[in-house]
Design a protein around this ligand. Structure first.
Ligand SMILES: *Cc1c(COP(=O)(O)O)cnc(C)c1O
Length: 422
Protein backbone atom coordinates (compact mmCIF):
# COMPACT_ATOMS: atom_id res chain seq x y z
CA UNK A 1 0.00 0.00 0.00
CA UNK A 2 1.27 3.43 -0.76
CA UNK A 3 1.15 6.57 1.26
CA UNK A 4 2.21 9.60 -0.70
CA UNK A 5 3.43 12.98 0.59
CA UNK A 6 1.25 16.07 0.10
CA UNK A 7 4.13 17.70 -1.74
CA UNK A 8 5.72 16.69 -5.06
CA UNK A 9 9.44 16.26 -5.70
CA UNK A 10 9.42 19.24 -8.06
CA UNK A 11 7.77 21.48 -5.45
CA UNK A 12 10.12 20.27 -2.76
CA UNK A 13 13.24 20.83 -4.89
CA UNK A 14 12.17 24.46 -5.28
CA UNK A 15 11.36 24.88 -1.57
CA UNK A 16 14.74 23.43 -0.56
CA UNK A 17 16.54 26.03 -2.69
CA UNK A 18 15.03 28.68 -0.43
CA UNK A 19 14.90 26.88 2.92
CA UNK A 20 17.72 24.50 3.83
CA UNK A 21 16.86 21.08 5.28
CA UNK A 22 15.82 19.95 7.78
CA UNK A 23 12.43 21.63 8.22
CA UNK A 24 8.83 20.78 8.97
CA UNK A 25 6.51 21.49 6.07
CA UNK A 26 2.75 22.00 6.53
CA UNK A 27 -0.08 21.66 4.04
CA UNK A 28 -2.50 24.59 4.16
CA UNK A 29 -5.01 22.94 1.84
CA UNK A 30 -5.16 19.74 3.90
CA UNK A 31 -5.53 21.65 7.18
CA UNK A 32 -8.45 23.65 5.76
CA UNK A 33 -10.31 20.73 4.20
CA UNK A 34 -10.01 18.69 7.40
CA UNK A 35 -11.14 21.56 9.67
CA UNK A 36 -14.16 22.12 7.41
CA UNK A 37 -15.07 18.41 7.49
CA UNK A 38 -14.91 18.33 11.31
CA UNK A 39 -17.17 21.37 11.54
CA UNK A 40 -19.68 19.79 9.17
CA UNK A 41 -19.64 16.43 10.98
CA UNK A 42 -20.79 18.15 14.20
CA UNK A 43 -22.99 20.83 12.63
CA UNK A 44 -26.03 19.05 14.12
CA UNK A 45 -24.96 20.32 17.55
CA UNK A 46 -25.71 24.02 17.92
CA UNK A 47 -22.96 24.77 20.42
CA UNK A 48 -20.25 22.60 18.87
CA UNK A 49 -16.73 23.93 19.16
CA UNK A 50 -13.28 22.49 18.57
CA UNK A 51 -10.61 23.82 20.90
CA UNK A 52 -7.37 22.98 19.10
CA UNK A 53 -4.83 21.41 21.47
CA UNK A 54 -2.15 24.09 21.20
CA UNK A 55 0.55 21.77 22.57
CA UNK A 56 0.32 19.63 19.42
CA UNK A 57 1.42 22.40 17.04
CA UNK A 58 2.08 25.70 18.83
CA UNK A 59 2.45 27.84 15.72
CA UNK A 60 0.26 30.97 15.55
CA UNK A 61 0.15 30.95 11.72
CA UNK A 62 -1.29 27.44 11.67
CA UNK A 63 -3.71 28.02 14.55
CA UNK A 64 -4.95 31.17 12.82
CA UNK A 65 -6.01 28.99 9.88
CA UNK A 66 -8.10 26.88 12.27
CA UNK A 67 -9.56 30.04 13.81
CA UNK A 68 -11.24 30.71 10.44
CA UNK A 69 -13.27 27.54 11.00
CA UNK A 70 -14.44 28.62 14.44
CA UNK A 71 -11.79 26.80 16.46
CA UNK A 72 -10.69 28.01 19.86
CA UNK A 73 -7.55 27.04 21.77
CA UNK A 74 -7.05 24.30 24.33
CA UNK A 75 -4.19 25.50 26.52
CA UNK A 76 -2.37 23.86 29.39
CA UNK A 77 0.49 26.20 30.19
CA UNK A 78 1.46 29.83 30.61
CA UNK A 79 3.07 30.24 27.20
CA UNK A 80 0.22 28.48 25.44
CA UNK A 81 -2.11 31.01 27.05
CA UNK A 82 0.19 33.81 25.85
CA UNK A 83 0.11 32.45 22.32
CA UNK A 84 -3.69 32.29 22.39
CA UNK A 85 -4.04 35.81 23.72
CA UNK A 86 -1.67 37.11 21.05
CA UNK A 87 -3.82 35.70 18.23
CA UNK A 88 -6.98 37.10 19.81
CA UNK A 89 -8.33 33.84 21.20
CA UNK A 90 -9.53 34.93 24.64
CA UNK A 91 -12.58 34.43 26.87
CA UNK A 92 -14.60 31.34 25.99
CA UNK A 93 -12.34 30.74 22.99
CA UNK A 94 -9.89 29.23 25.49
CA UNK A 95 -10.30 25.94 27.29
CA UNK A 96 -7.69 25.71 30.02
CA UNK A 97 -7.23 21.96 30.53
CA UNK A 98 -4.14 21.60 32.65
CA UNK A 99 -2.97 19.41 35.49
CA UNK A 100 -0.68 19.95 38.50
CA UNK A 101 -1.41 23.57 37.65
CA UNK A 102 0.81 26.38 38.99
CA UNK A 103 -1.16 29.19 40.67
CA UNK A 104 0.01 31.85 38.20
CA UNK A 105 -1.43 29.83 35.33
CA UNK A 106 -4.87 29.71 36.94
CA UNK A 107 -4.60 33.44 37.56
CA UNK A 108 -3.66 34.16 33.94
CA UNK A 109 -6.37 31.85 32.53
CA UNK A 110 -8.91 33.60 34.75
CA UNK A 111 -7.68 37.03 33.63
CA UNK A 112 -8.25 36.00 30.02
CA UNK A 113 -11.75 34.72 30.84
CA UNK A 114 -10.83 31.19 29.77
CA UNK A 115 -13.02 28.25 30.66
CA UNK A 116 -11.16 26.46 33.43
CA UNK A 117 -11.24 22.68 33.45
CA UNK A 118 -10.32 21.34 36.89
CA UNK A 119 -8.17 18.22 36.88
CA UNK A 120 -8.65 17.42 40.55
CA UNK A 121 -11.05 17.89 43.45
CA UNK A 122 -8.40 19.74 45.47
CA UNK A 123 -8.09 22.28 42.66
CA UNK A 124 -11.45 23.74 43.67
CA UNK A 125 -9.94 25.26 46.82
CA UNK A 126 -6.65 25.97 45.09
CA UNK A 127 -8.42 27.93 42.35
CA UNK A 128 -10.61 29.78 44.83
CA UNK A 129 -7.58 30.74 46.93
CA UNK A 130 -5.72 31.84 43.81
CA UNK A 131 -8.35 33.97 42.08
CA UNK A 132 -10.60 34.80 45.01
CA UNK A 133 -13.78 33.17 43.68
CA UNK A 134 -15.19 30.31 41.61
CA UNK A 135 -16.08 31.31 38.03
CA UNK A 136 -19.71 30.95 36.91
CA UNK A 137 -18.64 28.61 34.12
CA UNK A 138 -16.45 25.73 35.22
CA UNK A 139 -15.51 22.27 33.99
CA UNK A 140 -14.32 19.09 35.70
CA UNK A 141 -12.14 16.40 34.23
CA UNK A 142 -13.42 12.86 34.73
CA UNK A 143 -11.47 9.59 34.95
CA UNK A 144 -13.56 6.46 35.57
CA UNK A 145 -10.44 4.31 36.12
CA UNK A 146 -10.12 0.75 34.83
CA UNK A 147 -9.42 -0.02 31.20
CA UNK A 148 -11.00 1.69 28.22
CA UNK A 149 -12.18 -1.15 26.04
CA UNK A 150 -14.05 -1.44 22.76
CA UNK A 151 -15.38 -5.02 22.75
CA UNK A 152 -12.21 -7.08 23.39
CA UNK A 153 -9.83 -4.41 22.27
CA UNK A 154 -8.06 -2.54 25.08
CA UNK A 155 -7.68 1.01 23.81
CA UNK A 156 -5.95 2.55 26.81
CA UNK A 157 -5.55 2.38 30.56
CA UNK A 158 -7.27 5.34 32.31
CA UNK A 159 -6.79 3.62 35.69
CA UNK A 160 -3.08 4.27 35.27
CA UNK A 161 -3.41 7.88 34.12
CA UNK A 162 -2.69 10.85 36.38
CA UNK A 163 -5.59 12.88 35.00
CA UNK A 164 -9.08 13.58 36.21
CA UNK A 165 -11.41 12.94 39.14
CA UNK A 166 -13.03 9.67 40.18
CA UNK A 167 -16.80 9.20 39.88
CA UNK A 168 -17.33 9.94 43.57
CA UNK A 169 -15.12 13.02 43.40
CA UNK A 170 -16.86 14.55 40.39
CA UNK A 171 -20.28 14.30 42.10
CA UNK A 172 -18.85 15.96 45.19
CA UNK A 173 -17.04 18.56 43.05
CA UNK A 174 -20.28 19.58 41.30
CA UNK A 175 -22.03 20.00 44.66
CA UNK A 176 -19.21 22.06 46.15
CA UNK A 177 -18.78 24.20 43.03
CA UNK A 178 -22.52 24.86 42.86
CA UNK A 179 -22.56 25.93 46.48
CA UNK A 180 -19.68 28.29 45.70
CA UNK A 181 -21.62 29.98 42.90
CA UNK A 182 -20.86 28.04 39.70
CA UNK A 183 -23.80 28.09 37.26
CA UNK A 184 -22.70 26.44 34.01
CA UNK A 185 -20.93 23.11 34.26
CA UNK A 186 -18.82 21.15 31.86
CA UNK A 187 -17.60 17.56 31.89
CA UNK A 188 -14.30 16.65 30.23
CA UNK A 189 -12.66 13.30 29.67
CA UNK A 190 -9.72 11.95 27.66
CA UNK A 191 -9.56 8.17 27.98
CA UNK A 192 -7.66 6.86 24.95
CA UNK A 193 -4.99 8.34 22.72
CA UNK A 194 -4.52 8.06 18.94
CA UNK A 195 -7.59 5.88 18.39
CA UNK A 196 -7.87 4.71 14.81
CA UNK A 197 -11.50 3.58 15.01
CA UNK A 198 -14.78 5.40 14.48
CA UNK A 199 -16.08 4.02 17.77
CA UNK A 200 -13.97 5.87 20.35
CA UNK A 201 -15.85 9.17 20.46
CA UNK A 202 -19.36 7.61 20.34
CA UNK A 203 -18.56 5.20 23.21
CA UNK A 204 -16.90 7.95 25.27
CA UNK A 205 -19.80 10.30 24.49
CA UNK A 206 -22.43 7.79 25.64
CA UNK A 207 -20.58 7.25 28.91
CA UNK A 208 -20.23 11.01 29.55
CA UNK A 209 -23.85 11.71 28.53
CA UNK A 210 -25.08 9.12 31.05
CA UNK A 211 -22.84 10.67 33.69
CA UNK A 212 -24.14 14.14 32.81
CA UNK A 213 -27.76 13.06 33.27
CA UNK A 214 -26.96 11.60 36.70
CA UNK A 215 -24.90 14.62 37.73
CA UNK A 216 -27.67 17.00 36.77
CA UNK A 217 -30.31 14.89 38.53
CA UNK A 218 -28.35 14.38 41.74
CA UNK A 219 -26.65 17.73 42.14
CA UNK A 220 -29.03 20.08 40.33
CA UNK A 221 -26.02 21.55 38.50
CA UNK A 222 -26.77 22.71 34.97
CA UNK A 223 -24.56 20.84 32.50
CA UNK A 224 -23.84 23.28 29.67
CA UNK A 225 -21.18 21.39 27.72
CA UNK A 226 -19.47 18.05 27.37
CA UNK A 227 -15.88 18.05 26.19
CA UNK A 228 -14.80 14.86 24.40
CA UNK A 229 -11.22 16.19 24.41
CA UNK A 230 -8.58 14.71 22.09
CA UNK A 231 -7.72 11.18 21.12
CA UNK A 232 -9.02 10.75 17.59
CA UNK A 233 -6.05 9.24 15.83
CA UNK A 234 -4.52 9.17 12.39
CA UNK A 235 -3.25 6.30 10.25
CA UNK A 236 0.52 6.54 10.69
CA UNK A 237 0.89 3.19 8.92
CA UNK A 238 -0.04 2.80 5.27
CA UNK A 239 -2.19 -0.28 5.94
CA UNK A 240 -4.41 1.52 8.47
CA UNK A 241 -7.86 2.77 7.53
CA UNK A 242 -8.33 6.43 8.41
CA UNK A 243 -11.14 7.53 10.71
CA UNK A 244 -14.25 8.86 9.02
CA UNK A 245 -15.17 12.05 10.88
CA UNK A 246 -18.68 12.04 9.43
CA UNK A 247 -19.33 8.57 10.85
CA UNK A 248 -17.86 9.69 14.20
CA UNK A 249 -20.07 12.80 14.27
CA UNK A 250 -23.15 10.69 13.51
CA UNK A 251 -22.18 8.18 16.22
CA UNK A 252 -22.00 10.97 18.80
CA UNK A 253 -25.33 12.35 17.54
CA UNK A 254 -26.99 8.93 18.03
CA UNK A 255 -25.79 8.74 21.65
CA UNK A 256 -26.90 12.35 22.19
CA UNK A 257 -30.39 11.57 20.93
CA UNK A 258 -30.60 8.36 22.96
CA UNK A 259 -29.37 9.75 26.26
CA UNK A 260 -29.41 13.54 26.52
CA UNK A 261 -32.50 14.49 24.53
CA UNK A 262 -34.93 12.24 26.49
CA UNK A 263 -33.49 13.69 29.73
CA UNK A 264 -34.43 17.18 28.57
CA UNK A 265 -30.77 18.04 27.99
CA UNK A 266 -30.94 18.65 24.24
CA UNK A 267 -29.17 22.00 24.63
CA UNK A 268 -25.82 20.62 25.81
CA UNK A 269 -22.93 21.81 23.64
CA UNK A 270 -20.32 19.33 22.42
CA UNK A 271 -16.72 20.44 22.59
CA UNK A 272 -13.62 18.70 21.28
CA UNK A 273 -9.91 19.32 21.91
CA UNK A 274 -8.34 17.54 19.00
CA UNK A 275 -4.68 18.00 18.26
CA UNK A 276 -3.31 15.09 16.26
CA UNK A 277 -6.43 14.74 14.13
CA UNK A 278 -6.38 18.42 13.15
CA UNK A 279 -2.74 18.68 12.11
CA UNK A 280 -0.90 15.33 12.20
CA UNK A 281 -1.23 14.28 8.54
CA UNK A 282 -0.73 17.85 7.30
CA UNK A 283 2.88 18.16 8.35
CA UNK A 284 6.03 16.29 7.38
CA UNK A 285 9.70 16.47 8.26
CA UNK A 286 11.92 17.07 5.23
CA UNK A 287 15.50 15.88 5.62
CA UNK A 288 18.50 15.22 3.41
CA UNK A 289 20.59 12.06 3.39
CA UNK A 290 24.17 13.00 4.27
CA UNK A 291 25.80 9.64 5.02
CA UNK A 292 25.51 5.94 4.37
CA UNK A 293 27.25 3.50 6.62
CA UNK A 294 27.74 -0.24 6.16
CA UNK A 295 28.66 -2.05 9.38
CA UNK A 296 26.66 -4.69 11.25
CA UNK A 297 23.62 -3.06 9.70
CA UNK A 298 22.91 -0.67 6.86
CA UNK A 299 22.58 2.89 8.17
CA UNK A 300 21.38 6.01 6.45
CA UNK A 301 22.38 9.21 8.27
CA UNK A 302 20.30 12.29 7.67
CA UNK A 303 20.47 15.94 8.67
CA UNK A 304 17.41 15.73 10.94
CA UNK A 305 17.52 13.92 14.27
CA UNK A 306 15.29 13.05 17.19
CA UNK A 307 15.25 16.64 18.42
CA UNK A 308 13.20 17.43 15.30
CA UNK A 309 10.87 14.47 15.81
CA UNK A 310 10.95 12.62 19.08
CA UNK A 311 8.09 10.15 18.65
CA UNK A 312 10.07 7.24 17.18
CA UNK A 313 12.75 7.52 19.90
CA UNK A 314 10.28 8.08 22.72
CA UNK A 315 7.44 5.71 21.85
CA UNK A 316 8.90 3.54 19.11
CA UNK A 317 6.27 5.23 16.96
CA UNK A 318 6.03 4.41 13.27
CA UNK A 319 6.40 7.28 10.82
CA UNK A 320 6.17 6.45 7.15
CA UNK A 321 9.12 7.53 5.01
CA UNK A 322 9.11 8.40 1.33
CA UNK A 323 12.38 8.67 -0.61
CA UNK A 324 11.48 11.50 -2.95
CA UNK A 325 11.64 10.59 -6.62
CA UNK A 326 11.83 6.87 -5.83
CA UNK A 327 8.14 6.34 -5.04
CA UNK A 328 7.78 3.65 -7.69
CA UNK A 329 11.02 1.79 -7.06
CA UNK A 330 10.95 -1.54 -5.24
CA UNK A 331 11.47 -1.47 -1.45
CA UNK A 332 14.27 -4.03 -1.55
CA UNK A 333 16.78 -2.47 0.86
CA UNK A 334 16.62 -2.75 4.65
CA UNK A 335 17.81 0.35 6.50
CA UNK A 336 18.02 2.04 9.87
CA UNK A 337 17.37 5.73 9.22
CA UNK A 338 19.30 7.72 11.81
CA UNK A 339 20.01 11.20 13.05
CA UNK A 340 23.29 12.43 14.50
CA UNK A 341 22.59 12.41 18.24
CA UNK A 342 24.97 10.54 20.52
CA UNK A 343 22.06 8.41 21.59
CA UNK A 344 21.28 5.08 19.97
CA UNK A 345 17.52 5.60 20.01
CA UNK A 346 17.97 8.42 17.49
CA UNK A 347 16.44 6.42 14.64
CA UNK A 348 13.46 7.45 12.57
CA UNK A 349 13.06 3.88 11.36
CA UNK A 350 14.60 0.51 12.20
CA UNK A 351 14.85 -2.34 9.69
CA UNK A 352 12.65 -0.41 7.26
CA UNK A 353 12.33 -1.74 3.72
CA UNK A 354 12.91 1.17 1.33
CA UNK A 355 14.20 1.74 -2.18
CA UNK A 356 17.98 2.02 -2.54
CA UNK A 357 18.97 5.34 -0.92
CA UNK A 358 21.84 7.50 -2.13
CA UNK A 359 23.59 10.43 -0.52
CA UNK A 360 21.75 13.64 -1.36
CA UNK A 361 18.34 11.97 -1.51
CA UNK A 362 15.51 13.86 0.17
CA UNK A 363 13.42 11.94 2.66
CA UNK A 364 9.92 12.94 3.66
CA UNK A 365 8.99 11.66 7.10
CA UNK A 366 5.20 11.66 7.20
CA UNK A 367 2.60 12.75 9.76
CA UNK A 368 4.71 15.12 11.83
CA UNK A 369 2.10 17.91 11.88
CA UNK A 370 1.13 17.25 15.50
CA UNK A 371 3.41 16.38 18.43
CA UNK A 372 6.31 16.68 15.95
CA UNK A 373 8.19 19.99 16.04
CA UNK A 374 6.38 20.70 19.32
CA UNK A 375 8.16 17.94 21.24
CA UNK A 376 11.54 19.24 20.09
CA UNK A 377 14.42 19.64 22.48
CA UNK A 378 18.05 20.72 22.40
CA UNK A 379 20.03 17.63 23.41
CA UNK A 380 23.58 17.52 22.05
CA UNK A 381 23.22 21.26 21.47
CA UNK A 382 21.11 20.54 18.41
CA UNK A 383 18.97 23.39 17.20
CA UNK A 384 15.28 23.31 16.37
CA UNK A 385 14.42 23.48 12.69
CA UNK A 386 12.35 25.94 10.72
CA UNK A 387 8.64 25.48 9.97
CA UNK A 388 7.45 26.19 6.44
CA UNK A 389 3.89 26.42 5.13
CA UNK A 390 3.02 25.07 1.70
CA UNK A 391 0.28 27.56 0.84
CA UNK A 392 -2.81 26.72 -1.16
CA UNK A 393 -1.40 28.59 -4.18
CA UNK A 394 1.68 26.36 -4.18
CA UNK A 395 4.08 28.94 -2.73
CA UNK A 396 6.09 28.28 0.41
CA UNK A 397 6.17 30.62 3.38
CA UNK A 398 8.47 30.59 6.39
CA UNK A 399 6.26 30.43 9.49
CA UNK A 400 9.08 29.93 12.02
CA UNK A 401 12.78 30.38 11.40
CA UNK A 402 15.30 27.79 12.48
CA UNK A 403 17.07 28.33 15.80
CA UNK A 404 20.57 29.75 15.68
CA UNK A 405 23.44 29.18 18.12
CA UNK A 406 22.62 32.61 19.54
CA UNK A 407 19.17 31.34 20.55
CA UNK A 408 20.77 28.29 22.11
CA UNK A 409 23.13 30.35 24.28
CA UNK A 410 20.64 33.15 24.98
CA UNK A 411 19.91 32.07 28.54
CA UNK A 412 23.52 32.57 29.71
CA UNK A 413 22.77 36.24 30.32
CA UNK A 414 24.58 35.98 33.62
CA UNK A 415 27.97 35.05 32.07
CA UNK A 416 29.12 38.15 30.27
CA UNK A 417 32.73 36.95 29.68
CA UNK A 418 31.41 33.70 28.21
CA UNK A 419 28.93 35.42 25.94
CA UNK A 420 31.63 37.75 24.61
CA UNK A 421 33.60 34.74 23.33
CA UNK A 422 30.77 33.23 21.30
C1 LIG B 1 -2.81 16.31 24.41
C2 LIG B 1 -4.18 16.76 24.73
C3 LIG B 1 -5.15 16.90 23.72
C4 LIG B 1 -4.89 16.54 22.29
O1 LIG B 1 -4.61 15.21 22.12
P1 LIG B 1 -4.49 14.56 20.67
O2 LIG B 1 -4.06 13.17 20.93
O3 LIG B 1 -3.50 15.36 19.92
O4 LIG B 1 -5.85 14.65 20.05
C5 LIG B 1 -6.38 17.38 24.10
N1 LIG B 1 -6.67 17.71 25.38
C6 LIG B 1 -5.78 17.58 26.37
C7 LIG B 1 -6.14 17.98 27.74
C8 LIG B 1 -4.50 17.09 26.08
O5 LIG B 1 -3.62 16.96 27.07
Amino acid sequence: MSKLPFVTKEQLDEIIKEFPTPFHLYDEKGIRENAKALKEAFAWNKGFKEYFAVKATPNPFLINILREYGCGCDCSSYTELMLSEAIGAVGEDIMFSSNATPAEEFAYANKLGAIINLDDFTHINFLEETIGHIPETISCRYNPGGLFQISNDIMDNPGDAKYGMTTEQIFEAFKVLKAKGAKNFGIHSFLASNTVTNEYYPILAKMLFELAVKLQEETGAHVAFINLSGGIGIPYRPEQTPNDIKVIGEGVRKAYEEVLVPAGMGDVAIYTELGRYMMGPYGCLVTKVVHEKHTHKEYIGCDACAVNLMRPAMYGAYHHITVMGKENEPCDHKYDITGSLCENNDKFAIDRMLPKIDKGDILVIHDTGAHGFAMGYNYNGKLKSAEVLLCQDGTAKLIRRAETPKDYFATFDCFEEFKEKL
